[in-house]
Design a protein around this ligand. Structure first.
Ligand code: MG
Length: 346
């Protein structure tokens, strides 16, 4: 099969710069792509690289798109190498439209839609680092969130450990708290934290130490009864599979927009029963809708989604879902790839 191919770059300022372990992040760059098959059917996909997270760069992604030219064969699309997970995600998203599994395909007949439990999924609320988390919490509780994620590893260890108890005291027993250290701790700080968490109702702790420190990650997982999650360690599916081979006993935070074709990710989870949190890579609503559509269709995870990012761009054309502690199908169905394509500048 041969397709007409086109792509557009986008550049969107974030409403508020994000503080990350790699400095401040103020705008999201990416690429929207469009495929049209011989019968005139059209599919769209989004490439949203995070190079500091270990993905391909924008320049590499654009180079691949440029080489496709204006007309491209299946064999060429299939030959994009594994390490270009963001490009492969986008191509698979666009091609899903041609096999009846895309955003623009009505959901009728899909297995998951016979099961009402799959129509709704919980979403985790993000709490800011430090004491500010306590100020933000009441409104999030009021809104009905059941899972909260708190950024740690930003301030001094003892200060933050003190705040943990304040936070837990403010959380009703039916809620869950996850911590995300973004690799900021050394082994000693991590051990201190995990000893404390072991006696407390903490759902999981994300990336306690740097991804390079594999022996410490495995050691901490063996030494403490706290559930640990790998995030920065597992940019692509291949990395998650490698950690599985090493016997990782915890959770994998998967950012599907970085991890290659969605159906490959789903098959991995289903086949290996991997315990995952599905999480946003700050892609736009176009890529996000494909991910959430899949999550609402197949039973991939019982854990709250890491998609509580709502209006990160401050522009309704690119943002969403506007949460809501619970995600349902309505937002996904309302995303219109054609409008987003038209809105993107070349
Ligand atoms: Mg994380």
């Amino acid at each position: 099969m041969s397709y007409l191919f086109a792509y557009k770059r986008y550049r969107l300022p974030l409403r508020q710069p994000l503080r990350t372990a790699h400095g401040s992040w103020a705008e999201r760059e990416g690429i929207l792509l469009r495929l049209e098959d011989e019968s005139g059917r059209v599919g769209f996909g989004e490439i949203a690289p995070l190079p500091w997270f270990g993905t391909e760069t924008m320049a590499q992604a654009e180079e691949i798109c440029r080489k496709f030219g204006s007309s491209v064969e299946d064999a060429v699309l299939d030959a994009v190498p594994m390490q270009f997970g963001c490009v492969r995600f986008a191509l698979a998203q666009a091609r899903a439209e041609f096999v009846g599994r895309g955003l623009r395909t009505p959901p009728r007949g899909e297995a998951g839609f016979g099961n009402p439990a799959l129509h709704r999924l919980p979403v985790a609320a993000l709490l800011p680092a430090g004491r500010e988390a306590l100020a933000v919490l009441p409104a999030k509780l009021e809104a009905g969130y059941l899972t909260f994620k708190w950024k740690v590893g930003v301030g001094a260890v003892d200060d933050e450990i003190g705040l943990l108890d304040d936070l837990l005291a403010a959380l009703p027993a039916y809620t869950k708290l996850r911590l995300d250290a973004n690799g900021a701790w050394d082994r000693r700080s991590a051990a201190k934290w995990l000893a404390r968490c072991a006696e407390r109702p903490v759902e999981l702790v994300e990336q306690p130490v740097q991804p390079e420190d594999e022996a410490t990650l495995l050691g901490l997982a063996a030494d403490f009864p706290v559930t640990l999650a790998l995030d920065e360690s597992v940019t692509g599916l291949a990395a998650a599979q490698r950690w599985q081979g090493l016997g990782w006993p915890g959770v994998f935070v998967i950012k599907p927009a970085l991890a290659g074709p969605l159906d490959e990710m789903a098959a991995w989870i289903t086949t290996t029963q991997a315990d995952v949190v599905l999480s946003s890579a700050i892609e736009t609503a176009l890529g996000r809708a494909a991910i959430l559509r899949l999550a609402l269709t197949q039973p991939l995870t019982k854990r709250a989604l890491g998609f509580g990012i709502g209006d990160i761009f401050g522009d309704r054309r690119w943002d969403g879902p506007f949460l809501g502690p619970v995600l349902d199908r309505s937002w996904v169905d309302a995303v219109n790839p054609v409008k987003m394509w038209d809105a993107a500048k070349t």
